[in-house]
Design a protein. Structure first.
Length: 86
């Protein structure tokens, strides 16, 4: 097993910063965040990679908007319901 290194905050791109801030604000780890937003952990990990990494992927615009909407609701104290598990 290899140790995973974290990208220093000052070197994170807007995508990584947005996701890290969302996870912190919503108090969700990677697995819980991925489950909450209906994505695979692998997709989230790819979005969190530094942009020069081989596995890096741009986050779809839909994901940007959905996470942003949930954060806005969270900040307003609006309850956000999680869809039932399939």
């Amino acid at each position: 097993m290899t140790a995973r290194t974290r990208t220093p905050v000052a070197q994170r791109g807007p995508q990584q910063q947005f996701l890290h801030e969302a996870m912190t604000e919503l108090q969700l780890g990677r697995v819980a965040f991925a489950e909450r937003f209906g994505m695979t952990k692998r997709a989230l990990d790819n979005w969190l990679m530094p942009s020069g990494s081989t596995g890096y992927r741009d986050m779809p615009q839909l994901a940007w908007r959905y996470v942003g909407e949930v954060l806005a609701w969270h900040r307003q104290g609006v309850p956000v319901h999680t869809p039932p598990a399939r």
